[in-house]
Ligand binder design. Structure first.
Ligand SMILES: Cc1cc2nc3c(=O)[nH]c(=O)nc-3n(C[C@H](O)[C@H](O)[C@H](O)COP(=O)(O)O)c2cc1C
Length: 194
């Protein structure tokens, strides 16, 4: 799918980060850019075993649904990650997903055969939502996203951190936040996809 792969990492289906992700992706759909949304929490995914088998092959040895996700990531032009802020960091689901790209790190740095080359111009973006209005709670997520996209040879479009939303779906009562997510999508698409 040459388009956007949208990764929702909250355990809450229809939670705040997922609603913000949907608003972001609406900007793509309006330009007829295909979007596929994946909910990590609904998949059977194991954390990285650090077995190092990928050091020789660049391929992850764990046979779970991550194998399908690798193919989807390769096929997509852009990767948009959404997470709730948990203790000033990512959801466990998103951390697990990121760690499973250790095989891509091995492929790039040890085997010198990256899955994605910088010339392909692929790009990534992160959206996070949190309960408290503390800008610093987004800092760790921004830093992890930067490292992740750099290791994948993706350009980083940055992060949108929307705060002040705790109850599931609370962000729906704040059109300004959802418009901010939509506008971030417009800017990302203009800068990295069109
Ligand atoms: C385990 C846990 C840890 C949390 N830690 C934080 C936190 O450090 N800072 C914050 O602002 N909100 C925190 N929250 C609140 C969520 O980030 C907030 O409800 C967010 O909007 C949830 O997004 P979701 O609906 O997409 O899951 C935490 C919630 C949970 C369940």
């Amino acid at each position: 799918m040459p388009g956007i792969l949208a990764i929702s990492s909250s355990p809450r289906r229809g939670g705040n980060s997922e609603l913000a992700l949907r608003s972001f992706c609406r900007a793509a759909e309006e330009k007829e850019i295909p979007v596929e949304m994946i909910r990590l929490h609904e998949l059977n995914l194991q954390p990285c075993h650090a077995c190092d088998r990928c050091a020789k092959s660049g391929i992850c040895a764990i046979q779970d649904q991550m194998q399908t996700l690798y193919k989807k990531v390769i096929a997509a032009t852009a990767l948009v990650l959404a997470t709730p802020i948990y203790f000033g960091s990512l959801s466990a689901q998103l951390k697990l997903f990121i760690d499973r790209f250790q095989c891509w790190w091995q492929a790039k740095y040890r085997l010198k055969t990256p899955f994605v080359s910088p010339e392909e111009g692929k790009a990534g973006f992160i959206i996070c939502t949190g309960a408290l209005q503390k800008p610093e709670y987004g800092d760790n997520i921004a830093a992890i996203g930067k490292v992740f996209f750099h290791n994948l040879n993706y350009k980083s479009g940055g992060i949108l951190c929307l705060q002040g939303f705790d109850q599931k779906g609370a962000i729906n009562d704040d059109p300004v936040a959802l418009i901010a997510a939509y506008n971030a999508g417009v800017e990302f698409i203009d800068s990295f996809i069109l």
